[in-house]
Write a protein that binds this ligand. Structure first.
Ligand code: MLT
Length: 262
């Protein structure tokens, strides 16, 4: 796994292929390994880059962060490895980071992909649930967090027919450091609300959602699509929140077709 030191922080990333940089930002509590099927499926056409965000995967920890600072880390990494401008997307929390990137670095963006994510900030109940998750992480560790989230992460068909996907997902989730779980929950709690602001993002945008996503459901994807008249919406059949891992063929087709036109 290549490494680059950015602002005194060692950042790790996975990379495959050549051509237009296609950057994929993982969700919570995940890391770059969630994009293995995109790295191996899209590397014939693009330079696919999947960073481990600060504190996640093999990247170093360095205290609290925000969605905007994570976007800054990604931008610095991409500048450091000569991968700008890029087509950039993220899943869920990675989508929050991608929206922050789009507003901070519009000139270094060729296209934006919002995958199983949402533009709305947290409700009061959502914020309370994050406080409870921090408690759960402190008492039960990443295993307890994975156990709680798992039933809502994938579609019923994935649970029944794709044990390899489920066990890989669990393995990634259970390896997330407890302090990173805390920092990420606080950062997501304080994230920006992009409702009413998406239309100002001028680059081509692809919105992808699993038809059974329980965290960021298709209705939210449709609302984002309605705010961005030029955007493309792809709803992935038989997928939950982890559509890129659950249905890599359909997701790679959607990403490949979109990125080729950026
Ligand atoms: C994720 O999947 O990245 C998170 O569950 C998103 C969130 O907690 O808002």
């Amino acid at each position: 796994m290549p490494t680059k030191t950015i602002n005194n922080l060692e950042m790790h990333y996975l990379e495959a292929g050549r051509g237009t940089p296609l950057v994929l930002i993982h969700g919570f509590p995940l890391d770059a390994r969630m994009w293995e099927a995109q790295l191996s499926g899209l590397d014939g056409r693009f330079r696919v880059i999947a960073p481990d965000l600060r504190g996640f995967g093999r990247s170093a920890q360095a205290g609290p962060f925000t969605m905007r600072s994570l976007a800054g880390d990604v931008h610095d990494l991409l500048a450091g490895i000569g991968a700008l401008p890029c087509v950039l997307g993220g899943l869920s929390m990675g989508g929050y980071v991608a929206m922050a990137y789009a507003t901070r670095f519009p000139r270094d963006l060729r296209g934006l992909m919002l995958i199983d994510t949402k533009h709305e900030a947290d409700t009061a109940e959502g914020k309370e649930n994050r406080r409870k998750m921090v408690e759960l992480a402190r008492t039960g560790g990443a295993q307890a967090v994975a156990e709680q989230m798992m039933p809502r992460m994938v579609a019923a068909a994935t649970r029944q027919n794709n044990p390899a996907c489920v066990s890989r997902l669990r393995q990634i989730m259970e390896s997330c450091p407890i302090s990173t779980i805390e920092h990420a929950q606080l950062a997501m709690c304080d994230r920006d609300d992009y409702r009413g602001r998406l239309a100002s993002i001028a680059v081509p945008t692809l919105i992808v959602v699993g038809d059974q996503d329980a965290f960021s459901p298709p209705a939210v994807a449709r609302a984002m699509h309605a705010e961005m008249p030029g955007s493309t919406l792809r709803i992935i059949a038989d997928a939950g929140h982890m559509a890129p891992m659950e249905q890599p063929g359909s997701v790679n087709d959607a990403i490949g077709e979109f990125a080729a036109g950026c």
